[in-house]
Design a protein around this ligand. Structure first.
Ligand code: NAD
Ligand code: DAU
Length: 350
């Protein structure tokens, strides 16, 4: 792989992946990052990378649904591999306004697959980033395996399920060399503060209410983002073509426990005016419609075939994450104020 197209590289996981590939992995080729820069795309997540890796990192502002623009990217940069992160990613937004989810997650993925098929002679790999939410919701026991039937419950997960099916079909029908990974909930640096963990950290630091849906008893399986990036790169290099790999943290937690741990850790690190515990900020609010009860991933295929297990525990990962948000309050303030949009305009002459 010499010229990897990374889509959605200015988002949370995409930016961590690009940083991991360039700063930490053995990859020696070029990365071409295509991002539309929606509200969730922030080039500041990759600040300095273009200078540090000049000639090996290129940014193109484009919509993956724009066939002509994407064709130019495939042509100009002689793309030989794709790692496809770009998506509308927030479940709550998909409930309120599903249109963009259908366009980007389904039509955008289809568009990229068609281009990969057109340039098939030089395509080594099309890796698709999927989610565990396609499997639906678990009861008290059991795990999602790669054989679990799809049963998506939100417009977000339904659109991601559709994209997984399209990718697989291009592998089966056209022999396109594809791999798919379905991962559980990520957390870590650069996550947009609409998701539970960054929202809780930033609100707790500011003494604002911490919204917990329903009774806070829904369970998610948490994975530190760099562990996800390591797993994706491993699958890209060694995964079997036209196969799916589940990725998870072996770290099931109820939402109320996640929020409570964050409150306690922040209490230890930063004194709160008035000194009352931050758990007092927890506010139980109306539940999410169709809220999946429990996710839990069985990643034994990835573990036995490729030897991957997560390096971070929740305790080490969340400590690093909280410290990162404390140390990067400027980033957080710019994101929350929307100010990063003017930063983008300056940087990219838009
Ligand atoms: P994110 O919302 O932080 O980032 C998405 C990025 O895609 C943004 O930079 C955005 O500008 C870009 N984008 C959106 N629409 C685009 C379009 N039409 N054309 C080009 N770029 C576009 O998302 P994330 O949390 O980093 O998730 C990345 C991928 O990982 C998604 O496919 C998501 O479904 C999947 N995933 C996320 C998690 C998680 O916990 N966050 C877990 C499993 C899988
Ligand atoms: O499982 C993987 C998925 O994880 C990814 O595919 C999605 O892109 C990603 O957004 C995430 O989806 P969730 O819906 O699980 O993540 P979110 O952070 O929105 O919510 C986590 C849990 O916390 C969920 O049960 C809803 C709850 N929640 C969320 C928010 C934002 C709250 O209780 N309060 C909140 O304010």
């Amino acid at each position: 792989m010499k010229n990897i197209l990374v889509t959605g590289g200015c988002g949370f996981i995409g930016a961590n992946f690009i940083r991991y590939l360039l700063e930490e992995s053995d990859f020696t080729g070029r990365i071409i990052n295509v991002d539309k820069l929606t509200y969730a795309g922030n080039p500041e997540n990759l600040a300095g990378i273009d200078k540090q890796f000049s000639g090996r990192y290129h940014f193109v502002k484009a919509d993956i649904c724009d066939r002509q623009a994407m064709e130019m990217v495939f042509e100009k940069y002689q793309i030989d591999s794709v790692c496809h992160f770009a998506a509308e990613s927030h479940v709550d937004r998909s409930i309120v306004e599903p249109d963009a989810f259908i366009k980007t997650n389904i039509v955008g993925t289809f568009n990229l697959l068609e281009l990969a098929r057109f340039y098939q002679d030089r395509i080594i790999l099309f890796h698709h980033i999927g989610t565990d939410e396609v499997y639906g919701s678990l009861g008290e026991s059991g795990y999602f395996t790669e054989k679990t039937a799809y049963s998506p419950n939100s417009p977000y997960s339904a659109s991601k399920a559709a994209s997984d099916h399209l990718v697989r079909s291009y592998g089966k029908t056209y022999n396109l060399p594809v791999t798919i990974s379905n991962c559980s909930n990520n957390y870590g640096p650069y996550q947009f503060p609409e998701k539970l963990i960054p929202l809780t950290i930033l609100n707790a630091l500011e003494g604002k209410p911490l919204p917990v849906y329903g009774e806070g008893l829904n369970v998610r399986d948490w994975l530190y983002v760099t562990d996800h990036c390591i797993a994706v790169w491993l699958i890209m290099q060694k995964g079997k073509r036209v196969e799916t790999y589940n990725i998870g943290g072996r770290c099931e937690m109820r939402n109320i426990d996640v929020v409570s741990v964050i409150c306690d850790m922040i209490d230890e690190l930063v004194t709160k005016p008035g000194n009352s515990p931050r758990r007092d900020l927890i506010a139980f609010v109306k539940d999410r419609p169709g809220h999946d009860q429990r996710y839990a991933i069985d990643f034994s295929k990835l573990e036995t075939e490729l030897g991957w297990i997560p390096a971070e525990s929740f305790e080490t990962g969340i400590k690093k994450t909280i410290k990162w948000y404390i140390d990067n309050s400027g980033w957080a303030n710019r994101v929350k104020s929307g100010e990063y949009m003017s930063w983008i305009k300056q940087q990219y002459d838009l």
